[in-house]
Design a protein around this ligand. Structure first.
Ligand SMILES: C[S@@+](CC[C@H](N)C(=O)[O-])C[C@H]1O[C@@H](n2cnc3c(N)ncnc32)[C@H](O)[C@@H]1O
Length: 245
């Protein structure tokens, strides 16, 4: 065993435990802690896991819903097969992915959408946080469309500018919305989880969560970059409007 392996495992008990118990990622413990506190997943539930690779959350979801339940995992990256789950490659921002998910559900209604979605990190916090916020808001839109009244939604989001826009959009869609930071998140991490319970009946003028977020960002002086200067629309990324003197 290398010295580095020994030191990393000594420092990080979640990593050590995940490996010992056969979980594919230490993040499995974040979902376990969320589940312990909020009891989101129940036996027999149908669950969509957004951003499932390599599969730690999917493994925990299967344990919770049991054999009578259904777990569908989706990620941009390929996830090796997990007993008892359907895993697919797909971009959650694309309509074709949603159609494939609905196909896998085969008429069953979802009880919960769980999302640990995260961008490929650039190391520049403002950029990573802006993209995380946008991805989580997209996940909220997917959950809002697919969940019937009473359903639950969890998503990861990085703390920072604009997060209130996401929280407000969640509050008009779910009757109980809160933030929770599991102790299994790394100490230095700025991630938190939005826990949304009891999907409300869809209202006619709900709009999309993304529209809600963009209005909020505009109100605090941040605009979504729609043009990258080369005449191409950028999908993600926000830009601060400099304050006028
Ligand atoms: C932190 S990882 C998830 C870890 C997982 N929960 C586990 O326990 O194994 C975040 C994942 O979000 C995925 N992701 C990012 N953007 C996505 C998108 N547009 N559609 C689907 N998945 C996406 C990434 O590919 C990445 O695998």
């Amino acid at each position: 065993m290398s010295k580095r392996w020994y030191q990393e495992n000594k420092r990080d008990p979640w990593r050590r435990d995940a490996k010992a118990k056969g979980y594919r990622a230490r993040s499995a413990y974040k979902l376990k802690q969320i589940q312990e506190k909020f009891g989101i997943l129940r036996r027999g539930d149908s669950v969509l896991d957004i951003g499932c690779h390599p599969g730690g959350w999917t493994q925990v979801a299967i344990e919770e819903v049991g054999e009578s339940g259904t777990v569908i995992g989706v990620d941009l990256l390929s996830t090796s097969p997990i007993d008892g789950a359907i895993v697919m490659i797909g971009d959650i921002t694309e309509e074709a992915t949603i159609e494939e998910i609905v196909g896998h559900l085969g008429g069953r209604k979802l009880n919960a959408v769980i999302s640990d979605i995260s961008p490929r990190l650039t190391g520049r916090y403002d950029t990573d946080q802006a993209i995380s916020l946008e991805l989580s808001t997209m996940a909220l839109d997917v959950a809002s469309d697919l969940l019937p009244p009473g359903g639950s939604f969890i998503t990861k989001v990085f703390q920072g500018a604009g997060i209130e826009g996401l929280v407000d959009a969640a509050k008009i869609r779910f009757s109980v919305v809160g933030r929770y930071s599991p102790t299994a998140s790394r100490t230095a991490s700025s991630e938190t989880y939005l826990i949304c319970q009891k999907r409300l009946q869809k209202s006619k003028n709900e709009g999309t969560a993304m529209e809600h977020l963009q209005r909020h960002l505009a109100s605090i002086g941040i605009v979504v970059d729609e043009d990258d200067g080369r005449g191409q629309e950028t999908k993600v990324g926000f830009r601060k409007i400099p304050k006028r003197e």
